[in-house]
Design a protein around this ligand. Structure first.
Ligand code: TPP
Ligand code: MG
Length: 610
């Protein structure tokens, strides 16, 4: 057998560079890296040698580099991914949150933290945590619960099986998620005689599992028997590339579609079957259809509590639940009748068994809903109070076209955008599985790298901006342009409102209710400009529209700061849908006691699905 002598790190890089998509691109596009003693000498040297075939980029923080990598994978509908490497210790544990984010959202991510010496000679090496009860534990064991595959590379030849297993997980439609190859520092640098054919290029095809015939027949019969079915479209529709199949299925069979955060923009808002967002932050049209539905057909959805209104939605006593999902654990949740299959294949096979079946769509409710959105998001009187977040969304919508992608993760904006953003197909990217503050700006980089042809609009609150903004400097250096709309309401607006809705006192969310000696006067424009971004303040909604338009064509990010009202959420259309946020049973505050009574009454009305 022909062999080649390489270090384990060299072998890893060479192998990764040879793993291809069906379209002939590298599945792992490249690697984000911050070096330290745990990866600089071993993996760092290998990456330097391979810099022309497997690119390395430096970011500012391991967590946010991983956010960029995750957004790249989400932007590519899981058909491509990126890797991230860190040193040992704090660099590695900085990535744990990002691993959890990718895990919840079922997105591929390859994490390669350095690890302590397998040979243990220098123990305790700098940044080694030392477990007195277990010699096999290192800080990197933190990754175990938040990745789909964890491996510690303690001998070079382990890579012969660990690397293919890593790619198998990242390209598996059902088990897709983050992988951690914890790479012991000494092993990275160790030589081994590798079989040359290990490095032969390999194409990773993403499978489309066919449905079981019995499951298919059962589900088709349930739909044919339904009077008022509704489809809940989740992220799985997008990951399957089932957008056109869904549009065709919904139109042919007249079944309304309601959207989850991950599924929004699978169907353009303009599609006549699209009733908008479902659930806690859902549209009146979608929630009315959901409440009346006698059959709920989930497609590629986890039925997260925002989607189901913590099961206060879908209240028709005759309601049946069907779940089409490539992952059996998801398909079986909540007592659903499962159809385990790829979403696109399932829709095609189902349609073939449904003949001329047609459900019912309330076109008038849809039209009324869209008219209400336009009115709600219209430009306000410039001399009136500070704009609302809804008016900000309206301004961005008017200033952009179908090529724009609205993106974000946490705060007021995800709910507001889910409700109000009228997405083109593919025009929406929300990290709402983990809803991680600090995803936004780094995520915008990854999304723009995945879609250089589209305009990326990153919505962030002042709170999320403060949590993680430093990758703006990376975007400036790499000339990755996008537009950040920073809504400054002087604190954590959405949590402040939630706190009071639960009977709590306004406390520790807006700066005005925090224990501070002086109210902050944070100059976000100066801050973003100092990182190299083009930064401006918009005072009015008209200013905002003009600045969004002016940003187009710049080769660096633009940050537009606009002050908004903290007291107002998206504020309409949610039709009173509930969210189960546990309220204290014991309190001296009458407001909490009243909220607790409301909580019990609402909880008693919820019809659990299981
Ligand atoms: C990492 C992280 N920490 C805490 C939270 C809980 N949380 C959700 S939104 C939010 C406040 C967001 O404030 P901001 O970005 O200013 O948005 P606003 O609601 O004020 O518009 C907090 C603390 C979270 N989602 N993520
Ligand atoms: Mg805020």
């Amino acid at each position: 057998m022909e062999t080649i002598r390489l270090t384990a790190a060299q072998a890893m890089v060479r192998w990764l560079a040879a793993q291809m998509t069906e379209e002939g691109e590298r599945f792992v596009e490249g690697i984000w890296a911050i070096f330290g003693h745990g990866n600089v000498a071993g993996l760092g040297a290998a990456l330097h040698e391979a810099r022309d075939t497997f690119p390395t980029w430096r970011g500012q923080n391991e967590q946010t580099m991983a956010h960029a990598a995750i957004a790249f994978a989400k932007g590519h509908a899981r058909r491509r991914a990126m890797a991230v490497t860190s040193s040992i210790g704090p660099g590695a544990t900085n990535m744990v949150t990002a691993a959890a984010l990718a895990h919840v959202n079922r997105l591929p991510l390859l994490l390669i933290p350095g690890d302590v010496f397998a040979g243990r000679r220098p123990d305790p090496v700098l940044q080694q945590i030392e477990d007195f009860g277990d010699g096999t534990v290192s800080a990197n064991d933190c990754f175990r619960p938040v990745v789909r595959y964890f491996d510690r590379i303690t001998r070079p030849e382990q890579l012969l099986s660990a690397l293919p297993r890593a790619l198998a997980v990242m390209t598996d439609p059902a088990d897709c998620g983050p992988v951690c190859l914890s790479f012991c520092q000494d092993v990275q640098a160790e030589g081994f005689d590798w079989p040359c054919d290990f490095f032969a290029p390999r194409v990773w095809r993403i499978r489309r599992p066919e449905p079981d015939m019995a499951e298919l027949a059962e589900v088709a019969a349930l739909i044919r028997a339904a009077q008022a079915p509704v489809i809940v479209a989740g992220g799985g529709v997008i990951y399957s590339g089932a957008e056109a199949a869904l549009a065709e299925f919904a139109a042919r069979h007249a079944i309304p579609v309601i959207e989850t955060q991950a599924g929004k923009s699978a169907l353009a808002q303009a599609h006549p079957m699209n009733l908008g967002a479902a659930g806690v932050d859902g549209s009146a049209a979608a929630n009315a259809a959901a409440a009346a539905a006698d059959l709920v057909l989930g497609i590629g959805t986890r039925f997260q509590d925002f989607t189901t209104g913590s099961w206060s939605l879908f209240a028709n006593p005759a309601r049946r639940l069907v779940s089409v999902n490539v992952q059996a654990q998801d398909a079986l949740k909540h007592g659903a009748v499962p159809l385990v299959a790829d979403a696109r294949v399932a829709l095609e096979r189902l349609s073939a068994q449904m003949g001329g079946y047609r459900g019912t769509v309330d076109a008038a409710a849809r039209a009324a809903w869209l008219a209400a959105v336009d009115a709600h998001c219209a430009a306000p009187d410039p001399d009136g109070p500070l704009p609302s977040d809804a008016q900000v969304i309206g301004a961005v919508q008017r200033a952009t076209g179908p090529e724009a992608i609205a993106m974000g993760a946490a705060g007021t904006m995800p709910g507001a955008l889910k409700l109000l953003w009228q997405a083109s197909q593919g025009g929406y990217h929300m990290e709402y599985g983990f809803s991680c503050m600090g995803y936004e700006i780094a995520g915008a980089i990854g999304l723009k790298l995945a879609h250089p042809e589209r305009e990326v609009i990153c919505f962030t609150g002042d709170g999320s901006y403060m949590m993680a903004n430093s990758e703006l400097a990376t975007a400036v250096m790499r000339r990755v342009p996008f537009t950040v709309v920073l809504t400054d309401n002087r604190g954590y607006g959405c949590i402040n409102r939630l706190q009071q809705a639960c009977g709590g006192a306004a406390f520790n969310n807006l700066y005005t209710e925090c224990a501070v000696e002086a109210q902050p006067e944070i100059d976000y424009v100066a801050h973003a400009a100092s990182l190299g971004a083009h930064a401006v303040r918009a005072v009015t909604i008209a200013d905002l529209e003009a600045e969004v338009t002016a940003a187009r064509g710049r080769d660096i990010p633009t940050v537009i700061v606009i002050e908004t009202r903290a007291t107002e959420g998206p504020g309409f259309g949610a039709a009173g849908h509930w969210w189960d946020v546990a309220v204290p049973e014991v309190s001296h505050r009458p407001e909490i006691a009243a909220a607790y009574d409301r909580y019990l009454a609402q909880a008693a009305r919820v019809r659990r699905a299981n």
